[in-house]
Write a protein that binds this ligand. Structure first.
Ligand SMILES: [Zn+2]
Ligand SMILES: [Zn+2]
Length: 83
């Protein structure tokens, strides 16, 4: 972990930037060798890379199986007298 913007020191694995360093609020991502700024998702509070979409915002994929069950569901509703 090294900062290219300041003389950062690493204390117990925690990044300790110099005051005013642009990377100060970013997180070092080892596998990308990059400083990434994370923001908390407005909806679920999970930290998401800035500019990226949180998983909770992605549309849920419909499964074909559900459509096959519609006929059965219709029968169920008719039997229960919900329709
Ligand atoms: Zn720094
Ligand atoms: Zn989210």
């Amino acid at each position: 972990m090294n900062c290219d913007q300041c003389q950062m020191v690493s204390i117990n694995g925690q990044a300790c930037h110099e005051t005013g360093c642009p990377n100060e609020r970013k997180t070092w991502v080892e596998e990308r060798q990059e400083w990434i700024r994370y923001v908390d998702c407005f909806t679920c509070g999970y930290p998401v890379e800035i500019g990226e979409t949180c998983d909770c915002q992605l549309p849920i994929e419909e499964e074909d199986e559900e459509f096959l069950d519609l006929e059965e569901l219709g029968r169920f509703i008719a039997e229960e007298g919900l329709a």
